[in-house]
Design a binder for this molecule. Structure first.
Ligand SMILES: Nc1ncnc2c1ncn2[C@@H]1O[C@H](COP(=O)(O)OP(=O)(O)OP(=O)(O)O)[C@@H](O)[C@H]1O
Ligand SMILES: [Mg+2]
Length: 246
């Protein structure tokens, strides 16, 4: 295995929605190329806020967000797509009234460099992997089942071939079978040398899949390290990390 290469590095990032309330405080976090960093934390800890901050939907109040060594704090989301950053958000990123194919191709429009022969090959690849999307390519994305909509999110991301992919709660509301597929897909992304920030409520799964794990509690990173340090009695550890005393 090659030595990990830092793709994304957050340094002392503070962010929030209101001027006098910080949802994230002094966050340090790192994602390496071809590796998965797992982020776990209770509801409301600030996980999705962190994703929105990295993806340019929320400008940090302080700190730096280094992507390939360049500070991208406050850079607009569409510019970040050009730089190879892709987000599969907790809520849908699909346009429900556009067709499956239109949703897939939307991020490539106006980006001729990405819309070449290779993209067409990958579109076929995506349809081979998700035959339901090919069958329903002309149907409105909003008419798909929840599982198929999630497939469409991943297919759209794969088509963009990002360097960094942020995946927020991908298995929420899905059947165990579709969840399983989603995690196989994430591993495929990492094998293709993408760096992944993975957030999921299934702590055991996140620890098993990740190379590094970060624990976010009330907007602060309270534990961070190699996934191997996080194995063992997860139940008790999680209570400790999150400051829960039962
Ligand atoms: N658009 C917003 N405006 C104001 N406050 C917000 C907004 N979105 C989230 N918050 C607040 O920020 C805090 C962190 O929310 P966030 O959604 O980041 O948590 P989370 O860790 O992703 O939770 P969950 O596990 O439920 O997805 C919460 O107190 C939430 O109420
Ligand atoms: Mg969230």
């Amino acid at each position: 295995m090659n030595a990990p290469r830092p793709l994304l590095e957050l340094r002392e990032v503070t962010a929030g929605y209101a001027q006098d309330i910080d949802v994230l405080r002094d966050i340090g976090l790192r994602v390496d190329a071809g590796r998965i960093t797992g982020l776990i934390g209770l509801n409301g800890a600030g996980k999705s806020t962190l994703v929105k901050t990295i993806c340019g939907f929320l400008a940090p109040k302080a700190g730096s967000i280094l992507y390939e060594g360049q500070d991208i704090a406050g850079v607009a989301p569409h510019r970040l797509i050009d730089l190879g950053i892709c987000c599969i958000p907790q809520e849908s990123s699909l346009f429900p009234y556009l067709s499956v194919q239109e949703n897939l191709l939307l991020p490539l429009l106006g980006r001729p460099a990405r819309f070449g022969k290779e993209a067409r090959t990958r579109l076929q690849e995506v349809f081979d992997i998700f035959p339901a999307l090919q069958q329903k390519r002309s149907q409105a994305a909003g008419s798909l089942s929840g599982g198929q909509q999630k497939q469409l999110e991943f297919a759209k991301a794969w088509l963009q071939q990002p360097k960094l992919c942020l995946v927020d709660e991908p298995s929420i509301g899905l059947s165990p079978r579709i969840s399983e597929e989603v995690f196989v897909w994430i591993e495929r992304f990492a094998k293709a040398q993408m760096g992944i920030l993975l957030i999921d409520h299934n702590v055991r799964r996140v620890v098993r899949m990740s190379d590094r794990v970060c624990v976010l509690s009330l907007g602060k990173i309270t534990a961070e390290g190699a996934a191997s340090e996080f194995q063992g009695d997860l139940h008790q550890q999680v209570q400790q990390w999150l400051g829960l005393h039962f």
